[in-house]
Design a protein around this ligand. Structure first.
Ligand code: NAP
Length: 494
């Protein structure tokens, strides 16, 4: 086993203000990620983490909230009492309300009491508060040249609302200060996709329509909406997963090599992919898209209710979407990208499957068996890793028999390290001011420009909402979508 070559380089001193510091995202993701980076020695002694929300907690009471979050969301093996004590010593708390001036003077005094340093504002609150928060930050003169703001999804519910959010934030922060988080981009596998493509001779010459037959990107969840059905019903699978995560994965898979691994160079290339997506609208949405909702079925071996029963009212909000996308450029002409995501599917998995074309000529006779196509599988969830499927001779004296085997690379095993959570890397990138793994506002706008006409077509054509039993891989219409093209979904092709 080779060991990790990673070295921990401390970031500069910073103040991180977490608006929504008492919320679920802070407890589940942000505080544990910061704790891990602190325990690894990456956070300097005088860095401060300042929780803000409306409830009137003392610092001590908030420290209890932080300790409880670490208890729940950090594995016991990963924490020592000393590391926890060191971490909570950085914690501050101030009550302040985005929609009034209460508390903001105290926040200004606290921030101004520190030495000159990086100042990061993390908006872990509902997006309706992004504009009022930005305005208060400006009103109280909190923006310094070394300030940054981090925006959580969802960034709007369509192109117009996303523009409104981006415009409001842009009145206060320059684009170079805005970090739009898509935590999928912080995953090791996603960065490995770039390493595989651009740090190896092997793949890039084959990475085009001459050698690639089609690409599948799946983000499947086994859970349903549960008690979040009210919120989910205003969103749906396309807004929740496809418009952001899946389209970002599509961009990184399909983009041209940037001239440098730098924020704007990478984001310029991703933007070109989004702009080259063939439009889907009233004319072709029926053929290119499937929307669906889960019905009653099973989950984890137990009966599970359908979406409408959980919601308690009628709705057309999709819990599943599948799309046949095409990129109209020289590299990808004629190569379909099948995208799908859904809740209450068979299992939780996120993967990109690059299917290569068949070999040009088969020299083996029928006794050798079928020559399978090569596949490159990039798994993001649940275990991150990359598998390259190749055909070899079945070992032994029994003549030439061919067999497809996986060349497996499970990162955690290979490097003897646990994969860091995506938020760990992304939060440190915010402090370092590295925007490579964050979305630029024109990318967000271009993604909505592709998605908005699909929503419009669904409404204008009153496109059918298919049903699928909870615990299956989605509706038969999604199978038909890919099989019309003579291909099958990855899990059906084993
Ligand atoms: P949450 O648990 O409801 O937390 C919301 C936080 O905002 C609370 O700390 C709340 O505290 C604070 N808040 C509400 N109104 C405020 C105001 N007027 N001024 C200042 N603070 C205010 O929500 P969440 O799950 O953490 O999600 C936050 C955002 O991140 C949402 O937009 C969500 O969609 C997004 N997100 C969440 C996750 C996740 O895993 N939870 C993942 C991705 C994205 P007070 O009530 O005390 O003010």
């Amino acid at each position: 086993m080779s060991s990790s070559s990673s070295r921990t380089i401390q970031v500069s001193p910073f103040d991180l203000v977490v608006f929504g510091g008492t919320g679920d995202l802070a407890a589940r993701k942000l505080l544990p990620a910061l704790f891990h980076r602190d325990a690894a020695g990456q956070i300097p002694d005088d860095a401060r983490i300042i929780g803000v929300s409306r409830r009137p907690l003392s610092r001590e009471a908030y420290v209890d909230v932080v300790r409880a979050a670490l208890d729940q969301f950090v594995k016991t093996a990963d924490k020592t009492p000393e590391a926890v004590d060191r971490f909570v010593a950085r914690i501050h708390y101030l009550p302040a309300d985005a929609s009034s001036e209460a508390g903001w003077g105290d926040l200004a005094s606290l921030l101004n009491s520190g030495s000159e340093r990086v100042r990061a504002f993390y908006f872990a609150v509902s997006p309706d508060l992004f504009a009022p928060l930005s305005q208060r930050i400006r009103q109280f003169g909190l923006v310094t040249p070394e300030s940054r703001v981090v925006l959580e999804k969802p960034l709007g519910k369509d192109g117009a609302s996303a523009r409104a959010v981006n415009d409001a934030v842009a009145e206060v922060f320059a684009e170079s200060q805005v970090f739009r988080i898509d935590h999928y981009l912080g995953k090791e596998t996603v960065q490995n996709l770039m390493a595989l493509r651009f740090a190896n001779r092997l793949f890039e010459p084959l990475w085009n329509s001459t050698h690639i037959d089609h690409v599948q990107i799946t983000v499947a969840e086994d859970i349903g909406v549960g008690d979040r059905s009210g919120y989910y019903n205003t969103s749906g699978a396309m807004r929740d997963m496809l418009q952001n995560h899946i389209m970002q994965l599509l961009c990184l898979t399909a983009m041209e090599p940037p001239d440098a691994f730098e924020a704007d160079a990478v984001r310029d290339e991703k933007l070109k992919v989004l702009k080259a997506l063939k439009r889907i609208d009233d004319r072709n949405a029926e053929q290119m898209t499937v929307r669906a909702q889960y019905r009653a079925g099973s989950a984890g071996g137990k009966p599970a209710a359908g979406y409408l029963d959980e919601l308690g009212e009628d709705s057309k909000t999709e819990t599943f979407v599948a799309i046949r996308a095409e990129i109209a450029n020289w590299r990808w002409a004629g190569v379909p990208f099948f995208l799908r995501t859904g809740k209450r599917l068979t299992k939780r998995t996120s993967e990109i499957v690059v299917n290569f074309r068949p070999i040009s000529h088969n020299i083996f006779d029928a006794t050798a068996g079928r020559v399978s196509q090569n596949r490159l599988i990039l798994r993001l969830q649940p275990d991150e890793g990359v598998t390259l499927e190749v055909t070899i001779k079945d070992p032994g004296p029994g003549g030439m028999r061919l067999r497809r085997i996986p060349l497996d690379m499970s990162f955690a095993e290979t490097f003897g390290v646990a994969n860091p959570d995506a938020y760990e890397r992304l939060l440190m990138d915010v402090i370092r001011g590295n925007q490579t793994l964050f979305m630029r506002s024109d990318e967000v706008a271009a993604a909505w420009q592709w998605v908005d006409p699909i929503y419009a077509a669904w409404a204008n054509n009153d496109q059918r909402v298919h049903g699928y039993a909870a615990g299956t891989w989605g509706p038969s219409a999604a199978v038909a979508l890919i099989e019309r093209d003579g291909r099958t979904w990855f899990e059906d092709s084993e």
